[in-house]
Design a protein around this ligand. Sequence first.
Ligand code: HPA
Ligand code: ZN
Length: 335
Amino acid sequence: MTTRELTLPTAELHLHIEGTLEPELILELAARNGIALPFPTLELLSAQYEFKDLQSFLNLYYANMAVLITEADFADMTRAYLGRAQAAGVRHAEIMFDPQAHLARGVELTTAVDGIVAALASSEAEFGISTGLIAAFLRDESEDSALEVLEALLSMGAPIIGIGLDSAEVGNPPSKFVRLFERARAAGLRLVAHAGEEGPPSYVVEALDLLGVERIDHGIRSVEDPALVRRLVAEQVPLTVCPLSNVRLRAVDTLAEHPLPRMIEAGMNVSVNSDDPAYFGGYLGTNFEALETEFAWGASVARTLAGNSIRSSFASDSRKSELLAELDSWSAAQG
Ligand code: HPA
Ligand code: ZN
């Protein structure tokens, strides 16, 4: 498939830029920077992409970041993502990065930020994709560490639109980060957090009530709590669902058992996203194709999902109107 999914205009709201680092680029950057990799060939490296849970993925994801040293490395990674996203129909992308993961390796904040921002600066002109940058904080690190890095980002004037919370979820509830989110809110930043990926529905409730987030990343385990489902429907809280990620990290056994159809049916505000596409089998277009193959939804569900993504984005009202008009044209062309 299919021309339809490939050109469906969408916003991608849940994307870790470090998760777009393809094995080929890892090897290229390792060579460029003189870094010895534990898995130094494409064959050896590619054999590592079997995951049993979130942590087993995170281990490889953090290890592979070792090749990101210079501003140009970050810019090349980001540009490669934008090219692939454009091919998948992405028209607006809100991109997370993990500042603490780079600082821990001795890479300066400015190197990561300036490299990513250099690529984002030409994104609209080069790829037709408007963008926003979100600093994601590692929930398995301390809140003090996150606060220190947030202050550094603010004082360097990093052009971030918001903050998020990612990494190992279970045992690291949103309640650990109340002061971080208060500080970010006071700084005028938008607020999102991963919750209910591997963690229980109560983490989704905490993220909403204690952190005041505007969107939940993943949120699939919400379906285990009927009262929470009713609330998410009533408040139309956006949930950025990542179907292929959930299958590859075994949050669900198979795509056929993924809760997304039930979430749509219940009237939840869900969108489809690629999370870490270099690790989970594909970019946004591949996620839509897999869903189409599994559930044979047709154009009206695709339109709902794309509309949700655009409306749930932090794009300007005028950009949202522009993209919703594009979506109308797409729908009309489906006949
Ligand atoms: N979950 C949590 N943390 C992450 C992920 C994810 O899917 N990707 C990158 N960091
Ligand atoms: Zn994620």
